[in-house]
Design a protein around this ligand. Structure first.
Ligand SMILES: Nc1ncnc2c1ncn2[C@@H]1O[C@H](COP(=O)(O)OP(=O)(O)O)[C@@H](O)[C@H]1O
Ligand SMILES: [Mg+2]
Length: 239
């Protein structure tokens, strides 16, 4: 089945693993939406591994895009939210808290980009709900899967896709988080395989992209995510 072209009002960014480039892709989605004329913000429901006052993922999105962002809960320990919260004796926000927060942002913005913690099935709440549950609970949302370029990515990406489809979550497409200047044959065949999936490849972020300043990043981002930029243009063309 071909994907529905319209981009939903909430784009949830997950990854096949931690450290795959979700934050950089979140920034690129924000910059691409902004270039398409949308008022956009980003939300990180659970930020771990950062002390109070230190820059977290949303600070990185702000640095790369100049767009104001919002963080849900912050926990010091560099681990998944539930064990990190347990170490601090802290309660995590509920799924309803996150849904309300995103809905509130959606009132004031055209598009909200939500960055998960780790991969899709990491638990975000004390009740054990995951980013997949959050995506399910958010009306008019879809998920972007950030994947590595190298050997092993096909299995990780197919596992994440299967978990999404099993839960009835709409997949908007895949983004390769860091694409080298001279890809090897494994990387090019991986890219071609991912691009041939029904939801397809939205694009790939070149290696080194996070080292750009905000104006260079913003100017380049739509070219890195042509699959998204094209759909956003269609959205603007739709009354
Ligand atoms: N395209 C890229 N080129 C170079 N470094 C990258 C790229 N994408 C991500 N990184 C780096 O890899 C690390 C993990 O990326 P990040 O976006 O924070 O991943 P995640 O949010 O999935 O944990 C960061 O240090 C980031 O700067
Ligand atoms: Mg991140």
């Amino acid at each position: 089945m071909m994907p529905e072209p319209r981009v939903p009002r909430v784009v949830v960014v997950t990854g096949t693993d931690t450290d795959v480039g979700k934050t950089v892709v979140t920034a690129a989605v924000v910059a691409t939406a902004r270039a398409a004329g949308l008022d956009v913000t980003a939300y990180k429901p659970t930020q771990t591994g950062v002390a109070p006052g230190e820059p977290g993922d949303m600070a990185e999105v702000e640095r790369l895009t100049g767009v104001a962002t919002v963080e849900g809960v912050r926990l010091r320990a560099p681990m998944a939210p539930r064990p990190a919260a347990a170490l601090e004796g802290a309660d995590l926000p509920t799924l309803a808290d996150h849904v309300a927060r995103v809905a509130d942002l959606g009132v004031r913005h055209d598009l909200v980009v939500v960055e998960g913690a780790g991969g899709l099935l990491v638990e975000l709440t004390d009740a054990g709900e995951t980013l997949a549950d959050l995506a399910t609970a958010l009306p008019d949302s879809g998920v972007v899967v950030v994947a590595r370029s190298a050997l092993g990515t096909l299995n990780h990406t197919m596992l994440t896709r299967e978990a999404l489809s099993h839960r009835g979550v709409r997949s908007l497409g895949i983004v390769i988080g860091a694409w080298p200047d001279d890809p090897d044959v494994i990387e090019t065949t991986n890219r071609d395989y991912l691009a041939a999936l029904p939801e397809g490849l939205l694009g790939a972020i070149p290696l080194g992209a996070p080292h750009h300043d905000a104006s260079t990043f913003a100017a380049a981002a739509p070219g890195w995510l042509p699959g998204l930029a094209e759909r956003l243009a269609q959205r603007l063309g739709t009354p």
